[in-house]
Design a protein around this ligand. Structure first.
Ligand code: UFG
Length: 325
């Protein structure tokens, strides 16, 4: 049975991908320091609580497990927090990745699937976004991912590492039947915050209604987390089949405004999502929509969830069972 090491497998996208890898017959070991992930997302016998900074610990684990690839999620993800604490983001996201990469090269593990982000593109000049557009992040978070992508390029040249970077757009939704869903603390993402506004009646602040979009709110590409998980499995298979290093946008290609998401949330829940229109949030581009043609043609990926309401429904199934805080 093929072995895969998943870092950050106790987090949101990592736990969904681990779940799918297991269903597809992979033998998965999860490395997570539980600083942002949750123990309950991983079966205890699969979890190794280990910090990315522990290069020797990672090397020993890689030597013992001999995985065919590493799928590397472990990172901090909050754009706003990264502006307040850039050192934390560079240290954890870049330093942590370097430590992992050093352990991999010491242990002779040469394939990596990396969680990258649409935040690499900053404020792109046009949409939909293709992978060859300029990398010009506008936050330490985005920069930290851009730096790791650069490092991967050099390790490809110097060490023969083969890697796939998946540049996520707006991951959302859940696999509530498996007990998995979006749990961030604090939560900063639109869909879970809207669902909470419905449950509590406390208004959510929307960040700006004066963008140059049809309804004045920002447009994003919402991709279901299980479709994203599938992209990781295809990337693992691609590398196993000898595929060359590459970077792929991971989005559906459909854009939805904040108001459209709000309406979908109200339709799915049958409730009202109260909101206050606030000012723009620093660093938000008006429109971020993926051209995922490269992912579709090279890896054969196709999203199963193409309806925003279906995506929201899965998120609601998960959210409605959670205790309110
Ligand atoms: N939004 C609000 N109010 C909120 C939260 C979000 O109006 O309380 C709006 C944002 O301004 C944006 C949209 O909802 O227009 C989506 O915002 P999210 O915070 O859910 O997601 P982002 O698009 O900011 O960021 C996501 C990931 C990042 C990644 C980025 C890349 O969370 O990690 O997509 O596109 F970098």
């Amino acid at each position: 049975m093929s072995k895969i090491l998943v870092t950050g497998g106790a987090g949101y996208i990592g736990s969904h991908t681990t779940h799918l890898l297991l269903r597809r017959g992979y033998d998965v070991t999860v490395v997570d320091d539980l600083s942002r992930g949750y123990r309950h997302n991983v079966a205890p016998e699969r979890l190794r609580v280990l910090a990315l900074a522990d290069t020797n610990g990672l090397r020993r684990l890689l030597e013992a497990e001999r995985p065919e690839a590493v799928v590397h999620f472990a990172a901090y993800i909050a754009v706003g927090e990264s502006i307040g604490e850039p050192e934390l983001y560079f240290s954890n996201n870049v330093g942590g990745s370097l430590s992992l990469l050093a352990a991999m090269s010491q242990a002779g593990v040469g394939r990596l699937v990396f969680s990258s982000t649409a935040a690499l593109y900053g404020m792109p000049a046009r949409t939909p976004i293709t992978e060859d557009m300029p990398i010009q992040p506008v936050s330490p978070y985005g920069e930290s991912k851009a730096m790791v992508e650069k490092i991967l390029g050099w390790l490809g040249q110097c060490r023969g590492l083969r890697s796939v970077a998946l540049r996520y757009f707006n991951a959302c939704g859940a696999e509530p039947g498996s007990g998995l869903g979006e749990e961030h603390d604090p939560e900063t993402h639109l869909i879970p915050l809207l669902l909470r506004a419905v449950r509590t009646g406390r208004p959510i602040t929307l960040f700006g209604g004066d963008y140059a979009t049809p309804d004045g709110t920002c447009i994003r590409d919402y991709i279901h987390v299980s479709d994203l998980a599938e992209a990781h499995i295809l990337a693992v298979e691609y590398l196993a089949g000898g595929g060359a290093s590459n970077a792929f946008n991971a989005g559906t290609g459909a854009g939805h405004s904040v108001f459209e998401v709000l309406r979908a949330v109200e339709e799915v829940t049958g409730g009202k999502a109260p909101f206050i229109m606030g000012p723009r949030r620093a660093g938000d581009a008006a429109v971020l929509v993926a051209d995922s043609g490269r992912l579709q043609t090279t890896l054969g990926w196709k999203p199963r969830y193409t309806e925003l309401r279906e995506i929201v429904r899965t998120a609601w199934e998960f959210e409605r069972r959670r205790p309110l805080r």
